[in-house]
Ligand binder design. Structure first.
Ligand code: GLA
Length: 508
């Protein structure tokens, strides 16, 4: 009897603790709580933004929860009705995103302004306190070395949907890209992979099998179509519960998903960290990537494994041990000189980690997307080839200009990228905005890029002694497609602003 009484007392006390204070808070601090905004995209995917607010008088703290990560609230203020706060955006550490809004019954109205974007207005509903809280952590496996899968002996070449299409990619566009890959001559020049990036994912079925959304009615049929063209096909996922675009990720379903990709006929997986960062830290990166590396190898199909975690945790040091063939070295590329320049000229320190089967990935190509001049795109292509980077076109192959085609189809530059020795270029000299990068090739030649990152045409030169050569080697200009004959001691060229002169120098 006594124990029943005690138990009742304890439960009553518990009930009091759980219920009363939150009611009290709701009355006095009306913004405190979890606020859910849901958006259904045309393909049927439901994405969420959760605003978690703690109001203390005029102060508002908490966070904004996106599918790809959480951003803490800074400088939050409120009068209990209207609110204002900022969050630091991952892309731009100087300019915060600014949020304003107000309470409206059991909803809030939110206006967010992200640097460089228009205002977005949406409403969010009061939701249970579990909304927006990360899933429980599944312990990652113990580390060991995943054996090399024997793939990607030279950097992968192909096409990826993200840079041009983002979420607007569908079955018809992928088929169209496969057709264009053949018709343009790109397949015959070495471009093999047709890679579907984020936003193909649907929900899981009752058995946990991942399904496609409306845009991709039959993945197996699509893979068969791409294969029928003499091409290979790639897919995308995340080790987190959600992809960066807010679609279903592979968290807790790694083995099952790898089997599904193999069953559908996929040959390539890009595996993007995204929301895994809500559950795991940098110390878990290798183990988490190892898990999918092993799952792919157990799937019974050869699948190129591409890691996308923006260079965190010095991925180049452990990528091969996790079973990876390539790994992103930095954040996302944009279709601008500034973005391409920042990424491309920052790869020098990683040269020693590139080798056949294992590549640094400075991100996909922007050539033909319209944000740079053809001169700049030639610089982009030359630099990526020198860096032994994957050559994944990111434009609409069906509507390429002649100039874009000429760049992507320059077989002499492609041959540099695909050189079987797999050495990555290093910076040989830097004189202000003028740089020389050189890459040793399997036949004893050197590929040398004379780059001008400045605003005015300039002369750039290289001494043979600086690239380990002597005598009178033969020089060939790989954009002019012309031999310049034997040249002693050094070579100097006029290089246009933001341009390159790319030469191959062969000993005699
Ligand atoms: C991240 C990746 C991009 C692309 C998007 C898709 O930003 O770095 O390359 O895959 O996710 O959501």
């Amino acid at each position: 009897m006594k124990s029943l009484f005690t138990a009742t007392l304890v439960s009553a006390a518990l009930l009091f603790c759980l219920v009363l204070p939150s009611t009290a808070i709701a009355a006095n601090e009306p913004l405190t709580g979890h606020w859910l905004h849901e958006d259904t995209s045309p393909d049927g995917n439901v994405s969420q933004i959760v605003l978690i607010f703690y109001q203390s008088g005029p102060k508002l703290t908490g966070k904004v929860v996106f599918s790809w990560g959480d951003l803490g609230i800074t400088d939050g203020t409120t009068d209990g009705h209207s609110f204002h706060f900022t969050v630091m955006t991952p892309a731009d550490s100087e300019k915060p995103a600014v949020y304003d809004g107000k309470l409206d019954g059991d909803e809030i109205e939110v206006i967010s302004r992200w640097p460089g974007n228009n205002n977005t207005t949406y409403r969010a509903k009061r939701a249970p306190d579990t909304t927006g809280i990360a899933l429980a952590r599944i312990p990652p496996p113990a580390l060991h070395v995943v054996p090399y899968n024997g793939l990607a002996k030279t950097p992968p070449m192909g096409w990826n949907s993200w840079n041009h299409f983002q979420e607007k990619i569908d079955d018809a566009a992928v088929r169209g890209m496969a057709d264009a890959m053949v018709a343009s001559g790109m397949r015959d020049a070495g471009y093999v992979y047709i890679n579907i990036d984020d936003t193909w994912e649907g929900q899981r079925d009752a058995a946990g099998n991942i399904q496609t959304n409306r845009k991709f009615p039959d993945m197996k049929a699509l893979a068969d179509y791409v294969h029928s063209k003499g091409l290979k096909i790639g897919i995308y996922s995340s080790p987190g519960p959600k992809t960066c675009g807010g679609y279903e990720g592979s968290y807790g379903h790694e083995v099952q998903d790898a089997k599904t990709y193999a069953k559908w006929g996929f040959d390539y997986l890009k595996y993007d960290w995204c929301s895994a960062g809500k559950i795991y830290g940098n110390e878990d990166l290798q183990a988490v990537y190892q898990k999918m590396g092993e799952a792919l190898q157990a799937s019974g199909r050869p699948i190129v494994y591409s890691l996308c975690e923006y260079g965190m945790g010095d991925v180049w040091k452990w990528g091969p041990a996790a079973g990876a063939n390539l790994w992103r070295t930095m954040g996302d590329i944009g279709d601008s000189w500034k973005s391409m320049d920042e990424i491309g000229f920052n790869q020098d320190r990683l040269a020693e980690y590139a080798a056949p089967g294992h590549w640094n990935d400075p991100d996909m190509l922007e050539i033909g997307n319209g944000g740079m001049t053809d001169t700049e795109y030639r610089t982009h292509f030359s630099l990526w080839a020198l860096l032994a980077a994957p050559l994944l076109a990111g434009n609409d192959l069906r509507t390429m200009s002649a100039a874009t085609k000429e760049i992507l189809l320059n077989r002499e530059v492609i041959a540099i990228d695909q050189d079987p020795a797999g050495h990555q270029a290093k910076r040989i000299s830097k004189n202000g905005e003028l740089e020389v990068w050189a890459r040793p090739l399997a036949d004893g030649s050197r590929a040398i890029g004379l780059f001008n990152r400045g605003e005015r045409e300039a002369k750039v030169s290289v001494k043979w002694s600086d690239v380990g050569m002597s005598g009178e080697p033969t020089v060939r200009d790989l954009w002019e497609h012309r031999s310049l004959g034997k040249v002693s001691r050094e070579y100097e060229a006029s290089v246009p602003s933001y341009g390159v002169v790319l030469i191959k120098v062969s000993p005699n």
